[in-house]
Design a protein around this ligand. Structure first.
Ligand code: G6D
Length: 363
């Protein structure tokens, strides 16, 4: 069958992603392993469009909010960061201002009074050079020119997506710079282990365990206060498996500020950059389980509190809390919280992060 009309397991068509933006070609990249897991992504924004994994009965469903055309993928990434790579700096930067190497910078405020996810020229909007190196792996590369997104330094960035034989989506980030800058990327996938279909189930029925004893509270603008608080005795205590909806409506100021969970959890590490288990998410309905591992110190759990019924794929409508993000990253807004681990990237150093989303099932 000609590639033009061939569809992926998730129902996507190559021609719906083949285009050219500002002289840069775009396309659809399909990663598979021997047991049938399939991940589709486009080099626009590094957007993951679908992740097909089995439920307890072997039924394959897509478990991430995605898009079935380049235009829709771009719109959903611009408005909701759905499936996209985020950077150079994930999260909010207070007033968009930061200092690096003794110089002051001010980014456009795309989420007043802050800059969110590096603003409108962030990694979620760029066309990456893509090289599919194997049936199960693609490497995306991008060179940020000095000042292109308001950050200093010519940054060479690579992100490799790999589908492993043990049914995991592995993401490896690397970056270097020719002058001091900031770098703190993440992947902004929205997961629902019951599948993306009409009608969407709520992730409030999912259960999660997070390997964290502390979280980072915010103010009313979801700016970080700089505090590092214990989860013990709060609705943020997921040291044991808990249902997400059990306490999401509690009268807790942080849940009010975030309109649900939209917070960074501090992950347990014996040493920096140690690859450790961060969370286990599961649906008792589908029997799907997703374990998250990362070398990073932080993980945002965002329960899709702002989704407002945007049209998705397969007739699904992306409503509030129909999916959740588990964004592994550095601490946010570190230039304005100097006691947080720095996200400065200096010439001669290399940033690296490994993040693994491993899928399995249980009876
Ligand atoms: C909200 O605060 C959240 C962010 O964490 C999220 O990335 C965005 O919605 C989509 O601004």
């Amino acid at each position: 069958m000609m590639e033009m009309t061939k569809k992926t397991l998730s129902g996507l068509r190559y021609e719906d992603f083949r285009s050219e933006c500002e002289g840069c070609p775009t396309g659809l990249y399909v990663l598979r392993n021997e047991s049938g897991m399939e991940v589709c992504l486009t080099n626009l924004g590094g957007i993951v469009l679908s992740v097909m994994v089995p439920d307890r009965d072997g039924n394959m469903d897509n478990v991430v909010l995605g898009a079935d055309s380049l235009e829709k993928a771009g719109t959903l990434a611009r408005d909701w960061y759905i499936g996209a790579l985020i950077g150079p700096v994930a999260g909010r930067i207070l007033d968009g201002k930061f200092r690096v190497d003794g110089k002051d910078f001010a980014l456009p405020l795309n989420s007043v009074p802050n800059t969110l996810h590096s603003g409108d020229a962030g990694l979620h909007t760029v066309i990456w050079d893509a090289e599919q190196t194997a049936d199960n792996s693609v490497c995306l590369r991008y060179r940020y020119k000095d000042g292109e997104a308001g950050f200093p330094g010519n940054m060479d960035i690579s992100v490799t997506f790999t589908v492993t034989e043990d049914n995991a989506l592995r993401i490896d980030y690397h970056a270097t710079t020719d002058s001091p800058t900031l770098f703190c990327p993440t992947h902004h996938g929205y997961f629902n282990l019951d599948g993306i279909k009409k009608p969407m189930s709520s992730i409030e029925n999912h259960q999660i365990e997070i390997d964290s004893d502390f979280y980072l509270p915010t103010d009313i603008n979801t700016n970080h206060t700089g505090e590092i608080l214990k989860v013990e005795g709060t609705p943020f205590d997921f040291r044991e498996m808990r249902t997400i909806g059990e306490r999401i409506g509690d009268n807790h100021i942080q849940l009010q500020y975030g309109k649900g969970y939209d917070h960074v959890f501090v992950l347990r590490k014996h040493e920096p950059k140690e690859l450790t288990h961060a969370a286990r998410l599961r649906s008792r309905h589908s029997g799907r389980v997703m374990d998250v591992f990362t070398t990073e110190i932080g993980m945002v759990m965002y329960t899709g509190n702002y989704l407002d019924g945007v049209e998705g794929i397969d007739d699904a409508v992306y409503t509030r809390r129909c999916a959740l993000c588990l964004e592994t990253q550095c601490f946010p807004d570190t230039p304005n919280n100097l006691h947080f681990p720095s996200v400065e990237l200096l010439p001669g150093n290399e940033y690296s992060q490994t993040c693994i989303y491993k899928f399995s099932t249980e009876p």
